[in-house]
Structures are given as structure tokens and as C-alpha cells.
Design a binder for this molecule. Structure first.
Ligand code: FES
Ligand code: MG
Length: 592
């Protein structure tokens, strides 16, 4: 460790050792003494480290952080720091109505105020469940005090009758089985619950494993910290090391802006393709980048990420789960394989342990090539996202690694233009409309149809619903048609293997072209040219736009809470990171 700052430079000195204002110093001090902290702990120049606690009974995915934080605290004290644990607004992906995504920016805002307004020199970010990771990284980006993220770790593998059952992914399978009459309600429950056998977050390559892996890819976690399953002993040991390290980082003055650079984001896009990461990742990464003032958009995701192969064989794109990922070497093995094949664009990017990606992972390789493959033998070539544009939207993401051979055969076999297809649009206004109409035979949905979901974006839902991956009608499922092309302005769960075109921006409720689409219109999608257009005359579209305006705008459900109203008023587009208008103008505020 090379010390760059001294005791006098500690931020917490402004509170606890301010010679110009002894009265305020006493006032600040006395209340922290009232539960047993000593003056020496607060005044002798020990860095004061916050633990941003996202674990609670309301957040089962992150709840194990309550235990792990004891080891983080031990590490902080062993390295000469003092620890103050601070609560973070809870976010739980599957339990929050209308959607946990609504709370990402709320948790962000409240943590920014906490880190800025209280005597903290550094922070450990307790990440895990989907939106906790971006919320905490966004806050660390804005405040810019030394910060290390710590994953809570995935759950153990789920099993049912000798087969791995993965979080979320099993739900998509189970609901198809239920709709096709293969299981009953009890069988459905049992099958789904088998995927959650222990503490920790979703054990598939859903948004949680994606974002925890990407926090390590960005350089914001200690090497190897993302993949260790929550109950493993190494998880507690990693918590201890994380606590030790953040104290050193305070003295080194190593800050989020030193680590999360444009180069780090490009590395992260590449790693996201290699792991088969969630389509929620561009929203979150673009959002984190904005708070750092680093330019990043969906064109970058295609340019940097599309050509990268998928090398991690995890559900939903593959077959394995979190424990297997760990046994194969986790994120360091993925990075090692990418560096060995010269695919990682910036191996010399800095990480929180003060070393580069290459120094940390360059010599590492997969320890189980069934789970993490070498780049020369990938699961799929060109596995990153493409960014589609047209008169339906300016930007929408498609995860190419989950396009199945059957889908390719059915929809992409036009000999004139092998990557294009045309279909009849069936338009749903939100998930309730979908559930009402999908099985109605009068809709005449067949395998030439494209399903559209709108009113499901940041303003429409609000927060954006994970509903774009729509199942076909049960009468088609029974005939063996397992998927139809889906397009929408909402999101989809990272645990879904559906090849949807999603996160469409701008959304229908924000002036997007999707608002003008009607059931029965022909839509043309060209995956090679990355275009998506409704083949409808401009004059007709103009007339439809005027009719919507005359009716008072695209209809959205009423706000249910004060935050929903504030959120809708200020929220930006998915492709711009769904950040709050004006928030990204506040950068590096810890020095104010
Ligand atoms: Fe919390 Fe998946 S629901 S991690
Ligand atoms: Mg999810």
C-alpha cells in the first residue's frame, strides 16, 4: 500500500476533529459515543468505513449480508478502521410492486445523501439482488469516496428429480408445462421452490449473477468475489478481505472514478457477452457510466460486445448454475480466458485491489471447461447484444446468445434476406391486457405473428415491467410452438431465454413509435441491418399520432405513490440508463 493521504485529509475529520468549531465537533461526537464507540476510535485518525447494508428480512436475496457484515467489520477493524453500518432502502426483485426497478433510483438517491452527508471516509457496498448492485454503484459513482462492492453470493444449485433447477428460468419452463397441462398447481409450486435451496441471490445467469459479475468486471470487487455461493466459507473470508482492503483504499485515495473508466466499461461489455449476461445490464451500466460522466450508449454495446463469443454455459443460455460457475473459476477464469485469447480490450484496467485485470487474472484459466469454455471453443459466436432502430423506436436491445436454432430456422430463413422476417403485429397494452387476451381464440394468433408489449417502460409502468418475454397462446404451445418473436418497451428478466427485442426507447408513453402500432399491422425486422419498422404509410402514422394527442396522450395507469409521481416526472429512457433528469450533473460530490 502506498499512502497518498494523511490523517488530516480524512473526510471524517470535518465532523470529529474540526479545530475551528469545537462546539460542532462535540455535538457530532457525543451521539456516536452513546452506544459505546470511544473518542479514540472517532478522533485518532482511523478511517470511518460505512457498510451500505442492503440485507433485511424484506430482502431475502441479500439477507445473508447481515451475517457477512460481521466479517466485513472484523476486516475493517483489523486494518485500523472504524465501522458504521448504514441501512439502504430495501430492494427485492420479486417481492416489490409494481416493480423493483422503480426503487433503483430511490435507493440511489438515499444512499447518495447518506454517503455525502455523514462522516464516512469509505464504503463497502453490499450488492446482490438485481437492482441493489446498480443502485449502490451509481451512488458510489456520484459521491466518489473509496468504495468496494461485496456480493452476497448466489444460492446453492437447485435440484428437482436429479436435474438442476435454476432461479427464474424454471418459472418460464414451469408455466409452459402448466399451460400445456403437464403439471398441476402444486407441481408448479414445488418445481419453482426447488430452485431456491439456500440463502443468496438467483443461481442462474439472470440479472443478479450478471450484475455481480459485472461489478467484478468493472474492477469494483476483489478478484473472485462475485461467484462464491453465499453459504460457502470462502464467502465469509472474502467479506473479511473486503473490509481490510477498503481501509487501505482510503489511504491510497483510490476512488470509483479511478476504476470505473471508459476502458473498464468496454471491458465490462465484453465480459457481459462472454457470460451471456442479462438485457438489464445495458440499462444499469449506461446509468452508472452517466453518473461518472463516462459516455456509454447502446451503440457501444453492439460495437464492442456483439462480436464476442459466449463462453459461460449457464442457464438460461446453457445448462449450469452458480456453484458450477464458482467451481470452474468464476469471473477471474472468464477474464483469464478472454485475456489469453486477446479478446479483453483493456487488460491493464485498474481494480480495487490496486492491481490490473491482467495482474489479477492473466494467468488464470477455466477449471471446468464444461462450464467456462476457452474462447476457441465457445458456446456461440457473436453472442453479444445488437441495437435495433427504426420507426418503432430509436433503440432496442436483442440478446443474440439466446436465439435458438429452431427460432433461426422458423423466422430467419428468408432466402432473399436470411436475417429478416415480416409478421403480423399483435399489440398488448401492458401485462394485464396480455393476460386477458393471449388465450382468446378470436385474436387468431398463429406462428406468423409478432407479439408487442407496450406501456411497460420507465414512465408507462412505472419503472419498466419485466414482461416482454410473452408466451404464445396455450393452443399454440400445445401444438409445440414454444416461442413467438416478442418486441416491447418493457424489460425481461435476465433469467428468461426468450430472444426478445426489448428496452425499446423512447417508450410508447414517452412519444415512441410503438404507440402508433396497431394489431394487424405488418412489421419487418432485419437482424443483419439491425432495423425494426412497421410497414405503415407515414400519413396513416401521422393521423394515429394526432388521434392519440387529441385523446390526451398515450394512456398510463394513475400514480399509486408520491415516489411514482416524482419518478415519472424525472426519469430518462432505458437506453440512457433510466437515470433521473439532472442527477448525473452531480459528480464527485464528496469533495464539495
Ligand atoms: Fe433477488 Fe433474483 S430475485 S436475486
Ligand atoms: Mg430479474
Amino acid at each position: 500500500m502506498s499512502k497518498k493521504i494523511g490523517i488530516e485529509d480524512l473526510r471524517s475529520r470535518k465532523w470529529f476533529m474540526n479545530p475551528d468549531n469545537p462546539e460542532m465537533t462535540a455535538l457530532y461526537l457525543e451521539r456516536y459515543l452513546n452506544y459505546g464507540l470511544t473518542r479514540a476510535e472517532l478522533q485518532s485518525g482511523k478511517p470511518i468505513i460505512g457498510i451500505a447494508q442492503t440485507g433485511s428480512d424484506l430482502s431475502p436475496c441479500n439477507r445473508h449480508h447481515l451475517e457477512l457484515s460481521k466479517r466485513v467489520r472484523d476486516g475493517i477493524i483489523a486494518a485500523g478502521g472504524t465501522c458504521i453500518e448504514v441501512p439502504v432502502h430495501p430492494i427485492q426483485e420479486t417481492g416489490k410492486r409494481p416493480t423493483a426497478m422503480l426503487d433503483r433510483n430511490l435507493a440511489y438517491l438515499s444512499l447518495v445523501e447518506t454517503l455525502f452527508g455523514y462522516p464516512l471516509d469509505g464504503v463497502v457496498l453490499n450488492i446482490g439482488c438485481d437492482k441493489t448492485t446498480p443502485a449502490l454503484l451509481m451512488a458510489a459513482a456520484t459521491v466518489n469516496i473509496p468504495a468496494v462492492a461485496l456480493s452476497v453470493g448466489p444460492m446453492l444449485n437447485g435440484w428437482f428429480r436429479g436435474e438442476r433447477t435454476g432461479s427464474g428460468t424454471i418459472v418460464w419452463k414451469a408455466r409452459e408445462m402448466l399451460a400445456a397441462g403437464e403439471i398441476d398447481d402444486d407441481g408448479f409450486m414445488e418445481l419453482v421452490a426447488s430452485s431456491a435451496p439456500s440463502v443468496g441471490y438467483c443461481n442462474t445467469m439472470g440479472t443478479a449473477t450478471t450484475m455481480n459479475s459485472l461489478a467484478e468486471a468493472l474492477g469494483m470487487q476483489l478478484p473472485g468475489a462475485a461467484a462464491i455461493p453465499a453459504p460457502y466459507r470462502e464467502r465469509g473470508q472474502m467479506a473479511y478481505e473486503t473490509g481490510r482492503r477498503v481501509v487501505e483504499m482510503v489511504w491510497e485515495d483510490l476512488r470509483p472514478s479511478d476504476i470505473m473508466t471508459r476502458e473498464a466499461f468496454e471491458n465490462t461489455i465484453v465480459i457481459n457477452s462472454a457470460i451471456g449476461g442479462s438485457t438489464n445490464a445495458p440499462i444499469h451500466l449506461n446509468g452508472i457510466a452517466r453518473h461518472l460522466g463516462v459516455p456509454l450508449d447502446n451503440d457501444d454495446w453492439q460495437k464492442v460486445g456483439h462480436k464476442v463469443p459466449l463462453i459461460v454455459n449457464m442457464q438460461p443460455a446453457g445448462e449450469y448454475l452458480g456453484e458450477d460457475y464458482q467451481h470452474a473459476g468464476g469471473v477471474p477464469a472468464v477474464i483469464g480466458e478472454l485475456i489469453a485469447a486477446d479478446v479483453l480490450p483493456y487488460p491493464d484496467a485498474m481494480t480495487v485491489n490496486g492491481k490490473t485485470m491482467r495482474e489479477n487474472c492473466g494467468a488464470l484459466r477455466s477449471e471446468d471447461t464444461r462450464v467456462i469454455r476457452p474462447v476457441s471453443e465457445p458456446m456461440k459466436e457473436y453472442a453479444g447484444f445488437i441495437n435495433l432502430k427504426g420507426n418503432l423506436f430509436d433503440s432496442a436491445i436483442m440478446k443474440t446468445s439466446v436465439i435458438s436454432d429452431a427460432f433461426r430456422e422458423r423466422y430467419l430463413s428468408n432466402p432473399d434476406d436470411p436475417e429478416a422476417f415480416e409478421g403480423r403485429a399483435v399489440v398488448f397494452d401492458g401485462p394485464e391486457d396480455f393476460h386477458h387476451r393471449i388465450d382468446d381464440p378470436s385474436e387468431n394468433i398463429d406462428d406468423t405473428c409478432i407479439l408487442f408489449m407496450r406501456g411497460a417502460g420507465p414512465k408507462g409502468y412505472p419503472g419498466g415491467a419485466e414482461v416482454v418475454n410473452m408466451r404464445p397462446p396455450s393452443y399454440l404451445l400445445k401444438k409445440g410452438i414454444k416461442a413467438l418473436p416478442c418486441v416491447g418497451d418493457g424489460r425481461q428478466s435476465g433469467t428468461s431465454g426468450s430472444p426478445s427485442i426489448l428496452n425499446a426507447s423512447p417508450e410508447a408513453a414517452d412519444g415512441g413509435g410503438l404507440a402508433l402500432l396497431q394489431t394487424g399491422d405488418t412489421v419487418r425486422i432485419d437482424l443483419r441491418k439491425c432495423t425494426a419498422d412497421m410497414l405503415v404509410d407515414d400519413t396513416v402514422l401521422q393521423a394515429r399520432a394526432e388521434a392519440i394527442l387529441a385523446a390526451g396522450g398515450f394512456p398510463v395507469p394513475a400514480d399509486q405513490s408520491p415516489w411514482q409521481e416524482i419518478f415519472r416526472d424525472r426519469v430518462g429512457r432505458f437506453d440512457e440508463g433510466m437515470t433521473l433528469r439532472g442527477a448525473a450533473e452531480y459528480q464527485d460530490i464528496s469533495r464539495r
